[in-house]
Design a protein around this ligand. Structure first.
Ligand code: CU
Length: 159
């Protein structure tokens, strides 16, 4: 594990281990209420579409940065907004700059987000499914500059 080398990453590794443990929170233990999303080299998310079961109370996304670059050079995060909000969230995020991971602090249009990751790192985010509405289109994207054009996917609540 590379993460053993860098103290700052230890927290992320502990978080990942906790979610892999058998006694993890119910939302994470139920595969239907959680999903792994890879942030891949070439600015791609895999998968690029997620259907959240309406039976879940909470939904967990585990983002895995499968590249090798550090987060200053090619970071990836997972940011969820309504599809119609993404452009404005991106504009405000770029203004907020790198120290805020290209997301405006306190932006209520951001429904869920992970920290910005460097290559080999993993993080999870859990959000209440009650935050989602059926029939609404949601988009997730990476807020690293120039990544979002390709690095985005869609999410819907299962009708
Ligand atoms: Cu990215």
């Amino acid at each position: 594990m590379h993460c053993r080398l860098i103290l700052a990453l230890a927290t992320l590794c502990v978080t990942a281990a906790a979610h892999a443990a058998p006694d993890a929170a119910p939302a994470a233990a139920n595969p239907a209420c959680s999903i792994d999303v890879e942030g891949r080299p070439g600015k791609q998310f895999g998968p690029d579409h997620i259907v959240v079961p309406s039976t879940c109370t909470d939904f967990t996304v585990r983002l895995i940065h499968t590249g090798k670059n550090g987060k200053e050079k090619a970071g990836h995060n997972w940011v969820l907004t309504k599809s119609e909000d993404i452009d404005a969230v991106m504009v405000d995020g770029i203004k907020a700059g790198a120290r805020h991971e290209f997301l405006a602090p306190g932006d209520a249009r951001i429904l869920a987000k992970t920290p910005m990751l460097g290559g080999g790192e993993t993080a999870t985010v859990t959000f209440p499914v009650a935050r989602l509405r059926a029939g609404q289109s949601y988009t997730y994207y990476c807020s690293f500059p120039a990544h979002a054009q390709h690095m985005r996917g869609t999410l819907v609540l299962q009708p």
